[in-house]
Design a protein around this ligand. Structure first.
Ligand code: UGA
Length: 439
C-alpha cells in the first residue's frame, strides 16, 4: 500500500520505517530539510535501537523515501499525521503543527484518501480536523485516529509487536484499509480494535495517565517505605504477583520524564478543566512527580547540609530513561539545577545523551560553566564527592565498586534508580542512599 507519513519525530519515523519493513511503499515528509538530508543519507536523527538497520534496508529496497514536499500525498491511500503536539504554556496540547499539516494534506489528497491522526491529540480534535480538511479540499476523505503506544528505547520492537492497535473511525471502508495495512503486525493474534474517533483519542491519554499513575503511586509508597523502614523492592514483589496489579511500571525512581507522560498528564487535566471537571487523581499524579524530581536532592541535602559550595557530584546518565538520547523533561534537569543552586558543580557521563543534555542545559543561565562532560563513567568520578545514578543504563548496573571508591573523594552513592544491592554496596564501604530501600 502507498503510505505517506507527515513528521519524522519518534512516532512518524518509526511508524514509517516499520510500515516499509512490512512491505508498504512509504514516503516520510518533514518540513525540516536538515532531517530529510540526514535520512536520505541513511542516518537517523534519533538514537533508537534497531532503527538505523531498518532505515538502511528499506531505503535500499526503495520502499522508504523521504521528502520535504507533499507530492507523494496525491498517490497515497493512507496519510499519517505524526507531527508533534507539545504542551502550550497553559498545559493544553498545542495543535498548530497538526493543523498546518492537515491543511497541506487536504490540498494534495486524491479521492477516498484515509487521513490518519497518529499524533496524540485531545479528545474532540478529530471533529476540528475533519472540518478543517473539508474546508481545504473538495475530495472525499476518511478521517481515522490511530494512536501510537510505542516506547522510546524499544520503539521498533513495540511497533512490530503491538499489544493492540486502536482504530478510531466513522466508516467501515476506513477500518478495512487500516486492517489491511496492519495485517502483518496483528497476525499473531494481537487485537485490532475499531472504535469511535473520540474513544480512540481518549484511550491514548487514559493509557499514558494510568501508567504515570502507577509510577507516582509506587514513588509515593517508596517515600513512605523510607519513613517506615520497609523496603520497596520487597513490597513490589509482594504486590506485583497479584495479576490485577501486575509487575510492570512499578519501579520507583527520580520521577517520570520524557516527551509524553509530562505533556499528556497536563493535557488531560486541561481537557477536564475545559469540561468543568477537576481530575483529582491525575492532578495528584503530577504533584507527586514534581516532588519526586527533588527527592534525590533532598537526600543529598540531608547528608551534606544546605550549603553545597565546592561540592562536585557525578551523574551517571542524563537521559530521561535508558536506551534513548532523549533528555526532554529528564529528572537530570531539576536535579542539576537544585545542586548548582546550592553551590555544587556537576560531572556527567551518558552513553548517548550528553550532547543533547548540554545543549538543553544551556538554557539555564545559572548552570553556565557548572556542568562538565566526560568520556567514560569512571572518568566522571574523578575528584567528585559522590556518585548519583540518574538513568538505568545497563552499563551502570554492575560497576567495579573498587574503581568507583578509588576515584571519588569519599564513597558516597545516591542511587536514583535502585540499581544496586544494598548489602553489597554497604559491604564495599559505601554510604548508600536509594529510593525506599531498607538501608
Ligand atoms: C510512554 C508510554 O509508555 C508509551 O506507551 C507511549 O506510546 C509513549 O509514552 C508516548 O505517548 O509516545 P516513553 O515516554 O517512551 O513511553 O517512556 P516510558 O518507558 O513509558 O517511561 C516514561 C517515564 O517513566 C521515564 O522517565 C521512566 O524512567 C519512568 N518510569 C517508567 C519509572 O520511573 N518507573 C517505571 O516503572 C517505568
Amino acid at each position: 500500500m502507498k503510505v505517506s507519513v507527515i513528521g519524522t519525530g519518534y512516532v512518524g519515523l518509526v511508524s514509517g520505517t516499520c510500515f516499509a519493513e512490512i512491505g508498504h511503499d512509504v514516503t516520510c515528509i518533514d518540513i525540516d530539510p536538515k532531517k530529510i538530508d540526514m535520512l536520505k543519507a541513511h542516518k537517523s536523527p534519533i538514537y533508537e535501537p534497531g532503527l538505523t538497520e531498518l532505515l538502511e534496508r528499506n531505503i535500499k529496497a526503495e520502499r522508504l523515501h523521504f521528502s520535504t514536499g507533499y507530492e507523494s500525498v496525491a498517490g497515497a491511500k493512507s496519510i499519517f499525521l505524526a507531527v508533534g503536539t507539545p504542551s502550550a504554556d497553559d498545559g493544553r496540547a498545542d495543535l498548530k503543527y497538526l493543523r498546518a499539516a492537515a491543511i497541506q494534506v487536504a490540498q494534495n489528497i486524491s479521492d477516498d484518501a484515509i487521513i490518519v491522526i497518529k499524533s496524540t491529540v485531545p479528545v474532540g480534535t478529530s471533529v476540528e480536523i475533519r472540518k478543517l480538511i473539508s474546508e481545504n479540499t473538495t475530495k472525499k476523505f476518511h478521517l481515522v485516529n490511530n494512536p501510537e503506544f510505542l516506547k522510546e528505547g524499544s520503539a521498533v520492537e513495540d511497533f512490530m509487536r503491538p499489544d493492540r492497535v486502536i482504530i478510531g473511525h466513522q466508516d467501515d471502508m476506513a477500518m478495512k484499509v487500516m486492517e489491511e495495512l496492519y495485517a502483518p503486525l496483528v497476525r499473531q493474534g494481537n487485537p485490532i480494535y475499531g472504535m469511535s474517533n473520540l474513544s480512540a483519542e481518549m484511550s491514548k491519554y487514559a493509557a499514558n495517565c494510568f501508567l504515570a499513575t502507577k509510577i507516582s503511586f509506587i514513588n509515593e509508597i517508596a517515600r513512605l517505605c523510607d519513613l517506615t523502614n520497609a523496603d520497596i523492592e520487597e513490597v513490589r514483589k509482594g504486590i506485583s504477583s497479584d495479576k490485577r496489579i501486575g509487575g510492570h511500571f512499578l519501579y520507583p525512581g527520580p520521577g517520570y520524564g520524557g516527551s509524553c507522560f509530562p505533556k499528556d498528564v497536563k493535557a488531560l487535566i486541561a481537557t477536564a478543566e475545559d469540561h468543568g471537571m477537576d481530575l483529582k487523581i491525575v492532578n495528584a499524579v503530577e504533584e507527586v512527580n514534581d516532588e519526586q524530581k527533588s527527592y534525590v536532592f533532598s537526600k543529598v541535602e540531608k547528608h551534606y547540609g544546605k550549603d553545597l559550595k565546592g561540592k562536585v557530584f557525578a551523574f551517571w546518565g542524563v537521559a530521561f530513561k535508558a536506551n534513548t538520547d532523549d533528555v526532554r523533561e529528564t529528572p537530570a534537569i531539576a536535579m542539576a539545577r537544585k545542586l548548582i543552586g546550592a553551590g555544587a558543580t556537576i560531572n556527567i557521563f551518558d552513553p548517548v545523551a550528553t550532547e543533547n543534555y548540554l545543549q538543553m542545559m544551556g538554557e539555564f543561565k545559572e548552570c553556565e560553566g557548572k556542568i562538565k562532560a566526560f568520556e567514560t563513567k569512571y572518568d566522571a568520578l574523578n575528584g567528585a564527592d559522590a556518585l548519583i545514578t540518574v538513568t538505568e543504563w545497563r552499563e551502570f548496573t554492575t560497576p567495579d565498586f573498587a574503581e568507583i571508591k578509588k576515584r571519588l573523594k569519599a564513597p558516597v552513592l545516591f542511587d536514583g534508580r535502585n540499581l544496586y544491592d544494598t548489602k553489597k554496596v554497604q559491604a564495599e564501604g559505601f554510604k548508600y542512599y536509594a529510593i525506599g530501600k531498607f538501608i
